[in-house]
Design a protein around this ligand. Structure first.
Ligand code: FMN
Length: 278
């Protein structure tokens, strides 16, 4: 690997070299046999892209609005605990990098207060304050246990939005990979609230696939922590910028100048590939 990482996975290699093993294992690991953890990444690799030609892609617009908050690309930062183990500036550095990239860091409740104290004007806090009045329960943005029944319940309970998530494979091992159930959640929610997605996003193509299956934006967990561990605020910024650049390229090569142009027909799932061979 060159000294400067050129993709998100190379930040993981750097973080592995820098962090004490115990901390690295804490961030990287998943529940039990880590089946779900691995599947979150591998399920993306089974989805193929179907590019379109003869489309003017000289200008690519990746901007979107999530729950009233305008961001430059559909890439947000997931709540992952204890950033100070990765870097002395911890979550504050992450929040500042989010601001610099014009995106949102979604706060876990434990980190809300820390960030409010030190970086009160950052997007993370503004986003939290913006969605807080909409909340009927404390989760607000409810991580659904990758299941459409839970998603329906969450919407009935009045959540502001749903995050299709299995907590990065850290809770129930052998729960399905998030991207493999995204579409069923999208159908169950039926457009009533925005759907966000996380789990295994490591490439711009992954983001494109999640959007094609109905997510409004994705959240990125571990890669941000690896960026933070490797290079502090600049590392987080690089991780987000790399994903943005990769998404931009994917959109251009797929014939999608805006996010609205990314449709279900731009992807072929493993299931569809199997049926096409019958
Ligand atoms: C070290 C670590 C700590 C986490 N802590 C929280 C948390 O406090 N609250 C929460 O909602 N999710 C938490 N998560 C889950 C993330 O928000 C997110 O769902 C997951 O990291 C996304 O998968 P990815 O790491 O493959 O991007 C944590 C994840 C990791 C890796």
């Amino acid at each position: 690997m060159a000294t400067e990482p050129v993709n998100v996975n190379e930040f993981q290699e750097l973080a592995k070299k820098i962090l004490p093993k115990m901390y690295y294992d804490f961030y990287t690991g998943g529940a039990e046999d880590q089946h779900t953890l691995k599947q979150n990444v591998e399920a993306f690799q089974r989805i193929l892209l179907r590019p379109r030609v003869l489309v003017d892609v000289s200008r690519i617009d990746m901007s979107t609005t999530v729950l009233g908050f305008k961001i430059s690309a559909p890439i947000m930062i997931a709540p992952t605990a204890m950033h100070q183990l990765a870097h002395p500036e911890g979550e504050v550095a992450t929040a500042r990098a989010a601001d610099a990239c014009n995106t949102i860091m979604v706060l876990s409740f434990s980190s809300t207060r820390t960030i409010e104290q030190v970086a009160a004007s950052c997007n993370a806090v503004r986003f939290y304050q913006m969605i807080a009045p909409k909340l009927k329960n404390l989760e607000g943005l409810m991580p659904t246990e990758v299941d459409f029944v839970s998603a329906r319940k969450a919407v009935e309970a009045g959540v502001a939005g749903v995050i299709v998530s299995n907590h990065g494979g850290r809770q129930l091992d052998f729960s399905p990979a998030t991207v493999s159930v995204l579409e069923e959640v999208v159908h169950a929610v039926g457009g009533k609230v925005p759907i966000l997605f996380d789990g295994g996003v490591r490439r711009g193509t992954d983001i494109f696939k999640a959007l094609a299956l109905g997510a409004q934006a994705v959240l990125v967990g571990r890669p941000v922590v690896y960026g933070l561990a490797a290079m502090g605020q600049n590392g987080v910024r690089s991780v987000i910028e790399m994903l943005k650049n990769e998404l931009e390229l994917t959109m251009a090569l797929s014939g999608c100048p805006t996010l609205k142009d990314i449709t279900r027909s731009h992807v072929r799932t493993a299931h569809e590939s199997f049926h096409s061979k019958l």
